[in-house]
Each structure stands twice: as structure tokens, then as C-alpha cells.
Design a protein around this ligand. Sequence first.
Ligand SMILES: *Cc1c(COP(=O)(O)O)cnc(C)c1O
Length: 444
Amino acid sequence: MFSAPPTRRLAPGPVPPQTAHRMVRDELMLDGNARLNLATFVTTWMEPEATALMAECADKNMIDKDEYPRTAELERRCVAILADLWNAPDPDASIGCSTTGSSEACMLAGMALKRRWAQRNADRYPARARPNLVMGVNVQVCWEKFCAYWEVEARTVPMEGDRFHIDPAAATELCDGNTIGVVGILGSTFDGSYEPIADLCAALDDLRERTGLDIPVHVDGASGAMIAPFLDPDLVWDFRLERVVSINTSGHKYGLVYPGVGWVLWRSPDHLPDDLVFRVNYLGGEMPTFALNFSRPGAQVAAQYHTFVRLGHEGFRAVQQATRDVARSLAGDIEALGDFRMLTRGEDLPVLAFTTAPHVTAYDVFDVSRALREHGWLVPAYTFPPHREDLSVLRVVCRNGFSDDLASMLVEDLGRSLPRLRRGVGAATADDADERRRATGFHH
Ligand SMILES: *Cc1c(COP(=O)(O)O)cnc(C)c1O
């Protein structure tokens, strides 16, 4: 008779491969449906050819440049393609690399900023100066991590009124001789809005004229750096701005690849201190690498290149435009239900953030999140950071694969939930409010 193997200890012996596969797959069925997960920015749909390619490359290690020279070449092509998309002065000379995601990319960019500042301030650091990084309070958690791990003071610009991201003047005021850089976000995870990168650079230009402080900008384009080049070509946010020294993006967000791949590029090799770069063997010579990991999967990089080849510029534009169209019409439909006030409507990232209208008192956004979950939809609700802790919102992230049809079903399910919510049925007591807050699962 078959008895199930233990789950938290290694079993004494093997089971047949089909049995192991079925056991694990059956358990994973209970995970949320990735296509109905409107909480995440990360790709949940790829074409079968891309999926097959990733399976074919599952055994390739990104670090083995000498053993897998073509994978290494695909990475370099992707860097050049991104440098061109982001208007680097000389795309073929720009320097950059793949990472496991934007978090690692931001660590690398932050380390380069810190090291360059330390080199300029060798007389004061580390004995007498503590470096700081200036950013909006809406930064993704990876920047808090960067500051904690690399011992940099985080100086954050709070939200104010209906401004839910950085303010260039307020950011500039936080800068001093110990500021390693300012982070600008294209687009904020809280509401999908683009931060005003050009205005931020202009404010810092003005600071230099007034004080001589010359502070570089890093753009965290985890999502927007793969949207703006296709949908907002006239928006100047990238290497066209002298002050922008580095940019990161998540290949696994609007780069349209399954997790985990990210990218970070520097404007020129001068902006990446040489002592942070390590060399590995490559075709009998050496190749520079800059990464936190050593071994790392190569499949995602192959899939990124595949996606570039598959879509081209026009294909990317069409995919991102379709996603933006879905977000904008969804925003209109939700607004038309009458119970909600929209903060953003997919103007920038294809993301909408909304809260309950002032006349709605019987229920709150956390109740809505829970009601939608009963229909299978994962729509997170969360509270804003300082100074807008009074504001709680729902956020929907539209992605490739979230079609008009799915969006209509979401609106129908939301509409169907409203009568019950308006009667206050299903509203939680104060006791389990905290519990609910935790349960809605906001992903930055
Ligand atoms: C998602 C995100 C990150 C972190 O990216 P990962 O690829 O998930 O590591 C950083 N910054 C912003 C603005 C993001 O949206």
C-alpha cells in the first residue's frame, strides 16, 4: 500500500518521478491563479515558444561565459538594445548587465553611486562622513534594503496632499555634501505615476549653480523604463538628461519575461568604478562582471532576447498600448460604478489606484479586496506612507494577458459585490482589521 512520504523530512527512499510530479503539482493548484493576480507587476503570461525556449535553456549558468559564449553574447545584445532605447550617448559603449531583477539592479546602481561619492570624499569617509541617498517615500522596498545593507542614510521626501511621489524642490532641500545620489522612479508602485525626472534634474542643476553640489540621479525604471520608450517617446526621463547616470528595469515586468531577470545600465564606463568590477574567463580572454550572485540562470536572458526579436519596436509598442488601453477603460468602468474615487487611471503605467468615494461609509477598500478574492481576483488594498497614512487604496496592475474580456469580468464581479458591501455585510470588525490588512498582500 502507498503511504504518502513525509513533507518536512527527507523520506528514506525515492518515489517514481510521475508520483513526485503529481504530488507537487496538485499541491500548487491551490496557489492563486496567476492570470487573476492583479497585485503583481511580474509577467504571468508568455507565448509557448518563449516558454519552450526557457525550458531548453534551464541548464545554462549565466556566469559560465566561456562555456556558454552565445548566452553571454545575447546578454550583451540586450544591454545594447536597452542603451539605445534609453538614448545613451553611445549605445555600443554603454556598460550594463543582467541581474535577477530590479532589486539586485538597484543594489548595484546604489553601490556605484556610493563608491563614486566615497572616492570623491576620501579625506572624510569613512571617518567623518555618513553617506545619504535622497528619494521619495514611495520608493520600492529594495531602496530601503539598499540603505540598510550598505549603511547609507535614507532621506525620504514625504507625500503631501494629492502629491503621491517625489517633489523636486523638497528633494533638493534634503541634499548635502554627503548625498550619493537622488533616485527618481518611473513609475511609482503605489499609484503607477511617473516621477518628474526632468524637473528633478533641473532642480539639481540649479542646486549646483547655487552651491557647487553636483548630485547624480539614478532612475528606477523597474516598470516604466519598458513602457515610456514605446508609449511616451517625447517624455524626457532617460540618458538624454546629462544628470541621469544609471537606469534599471525589471525584464520580468513590462520587459515581458517570466521571473527573474532585471537590467542595470550606466551612462558610460566612467560611472561604474572599476574596483567594483570582477573579471571571468571568456573565450580565452576575460569579461567584466558586476553582480551579487555568482551562478544564476541563463534562461531568462535568452527569453529576454527572444522577446526583443519576437516583438521589435512596433510589437512592443502595440503590446504596451493594448495594456494601457485596458487600464484606461477599466478605470472608466470602475469610476462609473459610482462608489469609487480614482487616484490614477492608467495615465502613466497601466496601473490604477482608487479609493472609496467620500459618501461610502458602510465598507472600506479592505472589504472590497476581500470581496473580490471570493471571485478569485487578487486586488490588494493598502495604506499610504507618511504623510498620507489616512489614505487607503486598491491597486490594479494591468499586464500583457489581462484582456478586455478579463477586465469586463472584474468590473462585473465588483458590481455584483457592491449591494452586499453597501449593506455593510461582510465588513470586518475593528478586531480583525489588522488581520485583513496583512491578508490583502500588497506587492510593491
Ligand atoms: C518591482 C520594483 C522593484 C523591485 O524589482 P524586482 O524586479 O521585483 O526585484 C524596484 N523598484 C520599483 C519601482 C519596482 O516597481
